[in-house]
Design a protein around this ligand. Structure first.
Ligand code: XMP
Length: 513
């Protein structure tokens, strides 16, 4: 039996609640995000709860429907840190005064620490923090001590020693708060007494315990792609469901070069029971004459479901569906009206609609991507899976502009393979988030030997990112770009020119379609 400390992040609708939880886990303490209105009863169920953080939020505490925290949470006698809205809420709920700030602090601001405290241990007397607020604490409640000020905030951080409650007006979780990580670390280790005991072995233990609780016998189906999330899901479920797990690998004709063969080989090596379905012709037929990016995604998703249903009819009946949903997806989908999915309708082999007649097993639903990589490594999965770049569910159709056809698939596939190979050779593959080549219908004139040719214009895209939500174009050495370009024009038939995409996300998205 392993145990780990937990710190809950109570979400007041702020854009950073998620980030706070990630920062805590980076400091090796387990953390869960909890909706403010569910806090009174959810907090009581958390094992080894050592601390609570109130996130920021868009409301003013004097708004009619401003979220509040039930008084019972304060009676748990567990240390609390309020951030921004959380800071103001604590002040207001303990009868301090919060009002509209005369001067709205936004961006990098100098914080001056007025009183030594363990929360600021090792932090400079003056330090740069990130602020974003319209209201501010005007008068501290009784029993609260002021710890820090800024030019415009009289109470930028406070402490109630009797109740072990802290508040900070700034955001320690964002990188612009220069010593933010130190402040969070002090809260976790020095105030809450947490130990850095959230490790890969704990994630695995927790995931397997969850599966055992949910699984009651019967067949489990898991759609696998050879990617990180679905493979780790299958390996974990296999530990409980044993031979009752059936992994379905659908070749949709939109996979990378050599992928069907290499995926089957590596999944077989992991002892997984694979049902391989080559539906490539069917997918390409359905995609014929479809040029609109959203329609393409829809067609790929629907065709996948049809194929999946047929497999289920043949190899089932299945009682469970295992999928590799990650924590950010769970949190996003829990937020009503979240705009997150409206830019592109994302889906992957694991993203089947929940109306399917199976009980869901989602062992990674409390994990972040970097944690899944650590799990994969701890489970002994090969680097080809642990370090594999993310690949979209709609596959190469997201990298073909206009209609998907064999010709453009060949160009994108061959050129992307060259991009990956060259990055691996130069030691860049593991440093970037994704690297590929995309192609459309535009053509350019080139001279090959003494002959004029009219060929495809290929765009190489290499991006760095932490989580795919934002991304920067990778500043690769020009020698490497030159090598990639030369190889593509020399080795991929009918390519006339190669360009490099220098758009970041936002405004561009990572996949061009
Ligand atoms: P975009 O293109 O929206 O992509 O900037 C962000 C990240 O998500 C991946 N992506 C997908 N992944 N199913 C997936 O599993 C999808 O439909 C899908 N579309 C995009 C993309 O590769 C990038 O890492």
């Amino acid at each position: 039996m392993v145990s780990y400390d937990t710190v809950a992040v109570v979400d007041f609708g702020g854009q950073y609640a998620h980030l706070i939880s990630r920062r805590i886990r980076e400091l090796k303490v387990y953390s869960e995000v909890i909706a403010w209105d569910k806090a009174p009863y959810t907090l009581k169920d958390l094992l080894n709860l050592k601390g609570i953080i109130f996130s920021g939020g868009p409301s003013s505490i004097y708004d009619e429907n401003a979220p509040k925290i039930d008084a019972s949470v304060y009676s748990l006698n567990i240390p609390i840190l309020g951030i921004c809205y959380g800071h103001q809420l604590i002040a207001a709920q303990f009868d301090g005064v919060v009002s509209k700030a005369d001067y709205r602090e936004y961006g990098r601001i100098k914080l001056i620490i007025k009183k030594e405290d363990r929360l600021f241990k090792g932090v400079g007397k003056e330090t740069i923090v990130w602020m974003s607020h319209g209201d501010q604490v005007e008068k501290l409640p009784k029993g609260f001590i002021n710890l820090a000020i800024t030019q415009h905030s009289k109470f930028a951080a406070f402490y109630n020693p009797k109740r072990k409650i802290y508040g900070v007006q700034f955001h320690p979780e964002v990188v612009h708060t220069v010593e933010g990580k130190k402040i969070l670390k002090n809260f976790l280790y020095k105030v809450c007494g947490c130990k850095p005991n959230w490790k890969a072995s704990n994630f695995i233990f927790q995931a397997i315990e969850e599966i055992k609780k949910e699984y009651n016998g019967g067949k489990v189906v898991c759609a696998v792609s050879g990617g990180l999330d679905s493979t780790v899901t299958a390996v974990l479920v296999k530990k409980v469901a044993k031979d009752s797990l059936v992994c379905v690998f659908v070749n949709n004709g939109l996979l990378r070069k050599g992928e069907p063969e290499s995926v089957i080989k590596s999944l077989n090596k992991l002892g997984l029971n694979i049902v391989y379905v080559d539906a490539s012709e069917r997918f390409l037929k359905c995609l014929k004459n479809v040029a609109d990016p959203e329609t393409k995604r829809k067609v790929v998703g629907e065709t996948f479901l049809e194929v999946f249903d047929e497999v289920a009819a043949k190899h089932g009946p299945f009682a469970y569906l295992a999928q590799g949903t990650l924590y950010p997806d769970v949190i996003e989908s829990a937020k009503a009206g979240s705009p997150a999915a409206t830019i592109k309708s994302h889906h992957n082999v694991g993203g089947l609609p929940s109306k399917l007649p199976y009980k869901l097993i989602e062992p990674l639903r409390y994990m972040y991507k970097d944690e899944v990589r650590r799990i994969a490594s701890k489970l002994g999965l090969p680097d080809s899976i642990v370090k594999r770049h993310p690949f979209p569910g709609p596959g190469l159709s997201a990298r073909i502009i206009g209609e998907v056809n064999e010709e453009k698939l060949r160009v994108s596939r061959e050129a992307s393979a060259i991009v990956e190979e060259e990055l691996k050779k130069a030691g860049y593959y593991g440093k970037v988030w994704q690297a590929f080549a995309y192609v459309g219908d535009d053509k350019a004139v080139a001279v090959v030997g003494d002959t004029r040719m009219y060929g495809y214009m290929v765009t190489v895209k290499v991006v760095t990112s932490r989580d795919g939500m934002t991304a920067d174009w990778a500043k690769l050495p020009s020698k490497l770009l030159e090598q990639i370009s030369q190889r593509i024009t020399n080795e991929v038939k009918d390519v006339a020119s190669v360009s490099y995409c220098v758009s970041s996300k936002p405004p561009a998205t990572i996949e061009p379609q």
